[in-house]
Ligand binder design. Structure first.
Ligand SMILES: [Mn+2]
Length: 322
């Protein structure tokens, strides 16, 4: 098999990258480890160094149901930032995420750090799971079912370890999501949170997870949320939501007209991630979400939780404005 050339400059739109994904799909009975690894490295290179990405996600591939005239076509403009925690052994951290421009979809994962006790870097699992999710998404022509994406990606992922996972896709005027574990997303309208997804955990700080563990995608919680133009979606791993109250996030979203063109999303994601990082270093506060939940669990953790922090901010816009 010829090794494909993978462009890194415009990774989400690169035909070379799409070809290389298809190449993997075509050869999935005989997975080419080297090729997979190369795609993974290219795919996540950007996120490795705290990079922002702005993507415009078009609704070209929705199920025909959602293309009926009475259903308004919306689009999602998204930006992300990733702040891996300082760890020489795992500079890429445990989180992984993607914004799939081709298919209107966001994915977030958080490898379970406890694996390091067994010499396993669970970030590898999280990155492979997200890459396989993207491969699955790009391989589908019709409506994307987030739970189905998780099922397929899960069955393709061979790395050791385990990870939480959340897939969110916009179709017509509806957000569809499937979640395993403690990542979350908010839908914000006119400065208020109109929807917040739940976390799934066995006990405090032990989330449901996919991988070499007892859970599988059948446990995924599924969501459908009607959205409208001007809504903002903020999605993140527990590194965000354990360190930030919704009000803090709302206070940092400017929601200006600029967002219609994707402007300001990176800045908002960056401000949110930076405050989450700041809060995570707090050692005394009793009011961080982490401290509050800890107390409910009968534990005495104070302050924030030092963790990898992934933040995705997306703006729901009217497709016809472009
Ligand atoms: Mn985490």
């Amino acid at each position: 098999m010829n090794e494909p050339i993978i462009s890194t400059s415009d990774i989400h739109y690169s035909q070379d990258l799409l070809n290389s994904f298809k190449n993997i799909i075509d050869n999935k009975n005989e997975p080419n480890q080297q090729l997979q690894e190369k795609v993974f490295i290219e795919l996540f290179k950007e996120y490795n160094n705290t990079i922002n990405t702005t993507q415009q996600i078009n609704l070209s591939s929705c199920n025909s149901y959602y293309n009926q005239e009475n259903v308004k076509s919306l689009q999602l403009k998204a930006a992300s930032i990733y702040l891996p925690k300082d760890d020489e052994e795992k500079p890429r951290g445990d989180d992984a995420h993607f914004i799939c421009a081709e298919k209107n979809t966001i994915g977030i994962a958080d490898g379970v750090g406890g694996w390091i006790k067994r010499g396993v870097d669970a970030g590898v699992y999280a990155r492979e799971l997200m890459a396989n999710s993207m491969i699955t998404i790009l391989d589908q022509d019709n409506y994307l079912d987030p739970k189905n994406i998780l099922e397929k990606a899960y069955s393709m992922t061979k790395a050791k370890g385990s990870s939480t996972a959340c897939i969110i896709t916009l179709c017509g005027n509806s957000l569809h999501a499937a979640n395993v574990g403690d990542s979350r997303f908010l839908v914000i309208r006119d400065g208020s949170v109109i929807f917040k997804s739940e976390i799934q955990q066995r006990r405090f700080n032990v989330p449901y997870q996919l991988g070499n563990c007892r859970d599988d995608p059948s446990v995924a919680q599924e969501y459908q949320v009607l959205v409208q133009e001007g809504d903002i979606v903020v999605a993140g791993t527990d590194g965000l939501f354990d360190n930030m109250h919704d009000t803090e996030i709302l206070g940092l979203l400017r929601g200006d007209n600029n967002m219609k063109n994707g402007g300001g999303l990176e800045e908002d994601a960056c401000r949110i991630a930076n405050l989450a990082l700041y809060n995570s270093f707090d050692r005394y506060s009793k009011t961080t979400p982490f401290a509050v939940e800890s107390r409910k669990a009968g534990l005495k953790n104070r302050g924030g939780k030092i963790d990898d922090i992934t933040v995705v901010v997306a703006y729901i816009g009217d497709k016809r404005e472009d």
